[in-house]
Design a binder for this molecule. Structure first.
Ligand SMILES: C[S@@+](CC[C@H](N)C(=O)[O-])C[C@H]1O[C@@H](n2cnc3c(N)ncnc32)[C@H](O)[C@@H]1O
Length: 399
């Protein structure tokens, strides 16, 4: 495909490989002999509509919406209506039988921090129109919501999107919204885009009265729910089910889980300094945390804390407690901070009841826990979230 048609990075453009388009078309249930209304949002040169027409014939009415006026229309398409518009602000009375494509993805904001910079002026308008917007959100979430709203009853939506919405709390409202409007099938693809470090899934959704969920590894069915309520979506197998049954209590039942003090707060703090002096200890980060060990010596932050006042930054820096990695990939890494240092990263576990913290640390670093987390969440997000940690099964005898 010529470079021009690949679209602009600041608009979240990523070209979809043909085998993924073919797989997505194979998911669609196209039995009607009537012409269907088919939409490709963020279509660029409309690769999905072209493939749809090739596979299902020329009788269908095809519509593409694309914001980038330089993205070319595919000339060979029949029955094709092209709108050079922002899909999230596009007003239409039409409703569609099939909506498919590869929406842009990325958090909208300044180019120094966020991938989608071209749309930052309209972000507040997107937010106002989207009922699922939460936290920093991601533009693909708003595309999913808008597309579901444009489906006819029994209409089908098929998008390839990042996997993050399955797990992150920023997508709680989106998952709930999907669970309330139809039946959801998710196909995990892994890192399916060459040179793009994104774990992708195909979301296939039918707007109907069923509230079912199916999660597939590629084409293999792994999880089936007849009543889906919008909860996070993760893999399971005999091992994870047995592990949960054997350990019915969760980490969140034993501990309150806190984030470390964040950078802006640390910078403003009267007890944090850039010079080393007696009574000051390094402000620790994730790099200081190892399985069952803390490197108290290396200063990765370049900052020092007045040690006896560390509890002014966070009360829990003032007593020994468990620290669990947030920035360690999808692994569980835990250690017991018995020297009560201040941290700029990671999770800090404060017991709600009497519990053997040293045994909990050993358990969290164990091969069994690593296997559980790797099986449930794979590489779908690049870190461990508070929700994942809080739901981790834990043996009751560690109490
Ligand atoms: C991930 S690319 C996919 C392109 C094409 N569907 C494909 O698979 O090759 C996303 C496209 O979304 C377009 N885009 C970004 N924001 C948009 C918006 N708000 N409305 C419409 N199109 C948008 C970009 O210009 C880009 O062409």
């Amino acid at each position: 495909m010529p470079e021009l048609l690949r679209g602009k990075k600041e608009l979240g453009a990523v070209y979809t490989p043909k085998p993924i388009i073919d797989f997505m078309l194979s998911r669609l249930n196209i039995s009607s002999t009537q012409p269907l209304a088919v939409l490709e949002p963020a279509c660029a040169d409309a690769p999905f509509l072209s493939a749809f027409q090739q596979k299902f014939g020329k009788r269908h009415a095809l519509t593409g919406v694309e914001i980038d006026h330089e993205a070319k229309r595919k000339s060979g398409l029949k029955n094709f209506e092209f709108h050079n518009q922002d899909f999230l602000l596009w007003e239409t009375e039409c409703r569609y039988d099939v909506i498919l494509g590869n929406p842009p993805y990325g958090i909208i904001g300044n180019e120094s921090h966020y991938p989608i910079s071209a749309l930052k002026e309209v972000k507040s308008e997107y937010k106002a129109r989207s009922s699922t917007w939460r936290g920093k959100y991601n533009i693909y979430g708003a595309f999913i919501e808008q597309s579901v709203k444009l489906l006819k009853p029994n209409g089908q939506l098929c998008f390839v999107v990042p996997a993050t919405w399955l797990l992150l709390d920023d997508f709680i409202l989106l998952r709930k919204f999907l669970s309330e409007h139809g039946e959801l099938h998710v196909h995990y693809l892994g890192k399916a885009f060459a040179k793009v470090n994104v774990v992708a899934v195909v979301l296939y959704f039918v707007k109907n009265a069923r509230r079912a969920l199916r999660l597939y590894d590629g084409k293999t069915l792994c999880v089936k729910r007849t009543h889906y309520n919008g909860d996070l979506i993760a893999f399971e197998d005999d091992f994870t089910r047995e592990f949960e049954k054997k350990n019915p209590v969760r980490i969140g039942d034993f501990f309150n889980i806190h984030f470390a003090a964040r950078s802006p707060e640390v910078k403003k703090s009267a007890i944090v300094f850039s010079e080393k002096k007696n009574g000051r200890t390094p402000l620790l980060t994730g790099r200081n945390l190892k399985p069952n060990a803390i490197d108290y010596e290396t200063n990765y932050t370049g900052l020092y804390v007045e040690h006896r006042r560390a509890n002014e930054l966070r009360a829990f820096y003032g007593f020994p407690h468990i620290v669990v990695g947030h920035t360690k990939g999808a692994k569980v890494v835990a250690a017991f901070d018995e020297r009560c240092y201040a941290w700029r990263e990671e999770f800090h576990l404060v017991p709600k009841c009497s519990v053997n913290e040293k045994s909990v640390v050993a358990y969290l670093n164990s091969a069994l826990v690593q296997r559980y987390v790797a099986t449930r969440y794979r590489d779908m997000i690049p870190h461990l979230t508070k929700t994942q940690l809080s739901r981790l099964p834990i043996p009751t005898d560690l109490k």
